[in-house]
Design a protein around this ligand. Structure first.
Ligand code: NAD
Ligand code: MN
Length: 357
């Protein structure tokens, strides 16, 4: 019997709706799989916590999470608190505190979901984007002086280290190697950014020589957006900087049908710390409290979590149940032009889990 301790951090907005749905799925899996169970601990951090304590999470928050096997996270973002406070005070604090340097975002078009792309074959869009998650454009290096004066200066310095680039390249090449196509696209902008991005390209070539069986190429980030739309089947695994991959992965999610479906993992590949899994969407202020949030992004994040924990059979079972449900239009939420509610979709996946096993 394997017992996993899972930290649930619903956070803000629809995070408080989709994470309890994810908890139900984990509980159901624990009941169905004889060797598996989950002990979930809920942490009430986020905007409401901030209103009471003037911070998004307690000082010893990382310490409280450290012994967990994994974290399932909802969203950080509150209508009344500035986004840089909610983001840096909670989500980034965990990502950076636990050195979750690889952000991994699979994209596929699930059965029953319409993509804005007109694809000829199933599987014409099957990507994994690897995002550098610890430095680059979001390193937090920079400053602001002479505020309000005409001579005001503000900088955000993109900082890249040899160690940081090497480890993300190695992770991406290894991931590409594990997939059928063994193909990696290294996204860059070394024509315009002639220091860090040139080093990025050089290190890609160095690491690439360690993986002779992986076919790889460079692509400029602007050209990559067009290629994702026009020739999606020519891409498989991609690796990009923090900012570039942030943008490319939202594009990927939209091309796959909806932001409400897409999952991500913030991973510490060395497993020194718990990794954190989350739907890629935010708090969705426009629909919060209505019961309309699509929980599929959270459920797919649970699949990634199970894969990370090496519970491959349970991961496959949950993915099958998700696909069984998305295939039926009656279970599409409003973001997919349907009318189903969060709880109806959750119930349908719970029922599907019982017969796909
Ligand atoms: P958003 O993802 O919250 O919403 C964008 C649009 O997609 C909205 O119309 C929303 O209704 C819809 N949508 C998103 N998820 C959905 C779901 N599961 N089901 C149905 N519809 C869904 O992005 P935003 O509006 O740019 O940001 C709102 C807040 O969330 C901001 O404070 C932002 O900083 C925060 N945010 C947090 C994260 C995170 O914690 N990882 C990510 C993105 C945005
Ligand atoms: Mn984003």
């Amino acid at each position: 019997m394997k017992l996993y301790n899972i930290a649930l951090i619903p956070g803000d907005g629809i995070g408080k709706e989709v994470i309890p749905a994810g908890q139900k799925i984990l509980q159901t899996l624990g009941e169905l799989e004889p060797h598996l169970s989950f002990e979930c601990s809920v942490f009430d951090w986020g905007g409401d916590y901030y209103r009471l304590h003037h911070k998004m999470m307690p000082e010893d928050g990382l310490h409280q999470l450290k012994g967990m096997d994994a974290i399932l996270f909802g969203s950080a973002g509150d209508p009344d608190i500035a986004d840089h406070i909610t983001l840096w005070g909670l989500r980034l604090k965990i990502c950076q505190g636990f050195d979750q340097y690889a952000n991994v975002r699979p994209t596929r078009i699930l059965p029953g979901i319409d993509s804005p792309l007109k694809l000829k074959h199933d599987g014409d869009l099957d990507w994994v984007i690897v995002r550098e998650n610890s430095e680059g454009e979001y390193s937090g290096v920079g400053g602001r002086v002479h505020t309000g004066h005409p001579i005001e200066v503000a900088t955000d310095v993109s900082m890249m280290t040899r160690t940081g680039v090497q480890r993300i390249m190695r992770y991406a090449f290894r991931l590409a190697q594990s997939r059928a196509k063994k193909h990696l696209t290294v996204v860059t902008k070394s024509n315009a950014q002639r220091h860090a991005m040139v080093m990025w390209d050089e290190i890609a070539a160095e690491v690439g020589s360690e993986f002779p069986d992986v076919r790889w190429e460079k692509e400029l980030v602007d050209a990559a957006t067009a290629r994702m739309v026009n020739r999606p089947q020519t891409l498989d695994t991609m690796v990009a900087t923090n900012l570039h991959a942030d943008i490319l992965s939202d594009l990927a999610a939209a091309l796959a049908g909806s932001l409400g479906i897409a999952p991500t993992g913030n991973i510490d590949p060395e497993k020194r710390y718990p990794s954190m899994f989350e739907p890629i969407h935010g708090s969705a202020f426009d629909i919060m409290g209505k019961g309309w949030a699509n929980p599929i992004g959270t459920f797919w994040s649970c699949v990634m979590m199970l894969e990370h924990l090496n519970e491959l059979k349970a991961a496959e079972r949950l993915m099958k149940a998700i696909e069984h449900v998305t295939a039926q239009k009656q279970y599409h939420t409003r973001d997919l032009a349907g009318v189903a509610t969060t709880s109806q979709v959750t119930q349908a996946v719970i029922e599907a889990l019982g017969h796909v096993g």
